[in-house]
Design a protein around this ligand. Structure first.
Ligand code: CA2
Length: 543
């Protein structure tokens, strides 16, 4: 079994100049070391050197007749000779590319190898050892595995790069992965040192300028095709490094740590003593029913609007307000999300099946109805029925008020879309049961209080995140949760009125009360985002 060693232009001058890059050894020394390694591996060497591109191509063509593989240092042709690339591709011999110097840390033009695509690997920067290491790798990984025994056992039978063996490719991938893991470990260990050095100085963990510099250098080192994936991998590595640094800082804070929002709180709150609950609507409104379900023994204080219900809490007239947050058909209730951007905290949630009915004056039938009134969410949950029947939809502050309005008007053509309870409370007849577009319509209600009250059964951490306006900002925040194994049960964007076209994000993180990973994510994001508010850490219905 013969291995051809090809050396390109100027390599016959080795040992005569430029020892800084190419050492003091000569081409004869290289060939001698190569021959010795061949003997060790049980293969025959053959040598060819030329400064002429055509001669190099011819030597590669001829190798098809006798060689099982090629080791090539194409010299400067490496960087631009498509003729040599083509010769290697048509020869289809397993070929190892070698370089004496580390071409990747030299001038940009040397970082590109156009012949790489025809080679099974590349060894660079080991001086003369690049040849022997490359040879050994070529024979052991790409020739011997296909020769039915040791390299010396059979002649020929080399695998061709054009018909690669899946098993051997996977072995190489496994080796790459092992190298990646080892390199990652080294890098993360260095991150711990960075954290230690920054700890004393009070410098922030995230240094955007330094990260930009690292990414620029990595893009520069990579070939044009690999620049984007290389930068993406490095971004992820830097994010994980930051996570390690935060962990390190948190573990060393003498008395634990506290975020600016006084977080983490205690998880021993109780809602058993709540005696006054505000809600928007009247008797029979869905909010009234949710308030009754959440706080059965409490006095219920009706309000005209969600904002009024919250104002009752802010002023102390009520201890909590119960508000609809989202519906399975209609989506988020924007007004309520807007109210949550202020100062109140979610302390509990409850999901309620919602079955709207058509409620009209007694004696009327569905056919008499021309106008239906309800809260916009309820109208959207019944949009199919409304459009099929050609009704005019009239928005109301809430479903119970719509029922009251239908009763006040007493017109057969005017009906409300509301709960059967609201119909009954207002003396209306149910003209049609369950008007919803689907049979599984449900609304999530939340109870909000002034303080961040965390009950021992809390299972979701609600956060309001304001993100910087830059590429990948949301993706990298989501990755922080993913890195810590945290699942999100909901994410909802809301416009930031004072900054047109910018959005804040409400996220619900699935996490038991005082879960350390969730606390660590808050610790990190509070330091890295323009603003973070802990909306609540609460229990109740919902994933
Ligand atoms: O590092 C390598 O092995 C190179 O393939 C060597 C080539 C160079 O063009 C590649 O970028 C990298 C050049 C060999 C030049 O050899 C000399 C020998 C003695 C004195 C000066 C140059």
């Amino acid at each position: 079994m013969t291995i051809l060693l090809v050396n390109g232009p100027n390599l016959d001058m080795l040992g005569r100049r430029d020892p800084a890059h190419y050492g003091t050894f000569t081409l004869a020394d290289v060939e001698k070391a190569f021959a010795e390694k061949c003997a060790e591996l049980g293969v025959e060497p053959r040598f060819f050197q030329s400064g002429c591109e055509g001669e190099l191509c011819r030597a590669i063509h001829e190798a098809m007749g006798y060689a099982s593989g090629i080791v090539i240092n194409a010299g400067a042709y490496t960087h631009y000779s498509y003729a040599i690339l083509d010769a290697l591709l048509l020869a289809k011999l397993p070929t190892m590319e070698v370089h004496i110097s580390d071409i990747h840390s030299r001038e940009p033009f040397r970082r590109v190898s156009v012949i790489q695509a025809a080679c099974v690997g590349q060894v660079a920067g080991l001086g003369m050892a690049s040849y022997t290491v490359g040879l050994e790798k070529l024979v052991r990984d790409h020739i011997a595995p296909h020769s039915g025994g040791g390299a010396a056992a059979t002649g020929g039978g080399a695998a061709s790069p054009a018909s690669p063996n899946l098993g051997s490719i996977r072995q190489q991938i496994d080796r790459c992965d092992a190298e990646l893991v080892a390199i990652l470990r080294r890098r993360l260990d260095l991150s711990a040192l960075v954290a230690a050095s920054k700890a004393g100085t009070g410098k922030p963990v995230r240094d955007a300028a330094r990260e930009a510099e690292v990414l620029a250098r990595v893009r520069d080192l990579a070939t044009a095709r690999d620049a984007v994936p290389a930068a993406a991998v490095l971004s992820a590595v830097m994010r994980i490094s930051r996570e390690r640094q935060y962990d390190w800082l948190m573990s060393r804070a003498a008395d634990g740590f506290r975020t600016a929002a006084g977080f983490p709180p205690r998880a021993d709150a109780s809602l058993d003593g709540v005696s006054r609950v505000s809600f928007a609507g009247d008797a029979g409104s869905y909010s009234a029913m949710a308030a009754k379900r959440l706080f059965p023994g409490a006095e219920r204080l009706p309000s005209r609007s969600f904002a009024d219900a919250c104002a009752a809490v802010s002023s102390g007239r009520a201890e909590v307000a119960v508000l609809p947050l989202a519906n399975t058909t209609g989506g988020p209730v924007d007004t309520v999300y807007r109210l949550l951007r202020r100062d109140l905290h979610v302390v509990r949630s409850a999901d309620m099946a919602v079955r709207h009915c058509l409620a009209g004056v007694r004696g009327a039938t569905e056919n008499d109805v021309c106008v239906v009134s309800s809260h916009p969410q309820a109208l959207s949950q019944c949009s199919r029925a409304i459009s099929e029947r050609g009704w005019t939809a009239e928005p109301a502050e809430n479903t119970a008020f719509a029922a009251a309005e239908a009763a006040r008007r007493g017109e057969r053509s005017f009906a409300a879309i509301c709960s059967p309870e609201a119909a009954e409370a207002n003396g209306l007849a149910v003209l049609r049961e369950n008007l919803c577009d689907t049979d599984v319509n449900a609304t999530r209600f939340v109870a909000v209080a002034r303080d961040l009250l965390v009950t021992p059964d809390a299972s979701r951490l609600g956060l309001l995140l304001q993100l910087p306006h830059r590429t990948g900002a949301l993706a990298s925040v989501l990755a922080v949760f993913e890195d810590r194994g945290l699942n999100l049960s909901s994410i909802c964007s809301q416009p930031v009125p004072e900054r047109p076209w910018e959005y804040a994000f409400f996220v619900d993180v699935v996490a038991p009360a005082l879960d350390p990973d969730a606390i660590a994510a808050v610790f990190q994001l509070e330091r890295e985002l323009p603003s973070l508010r802990v909306v609540g850490w609460y229990g109740g219905d919902g994933a």
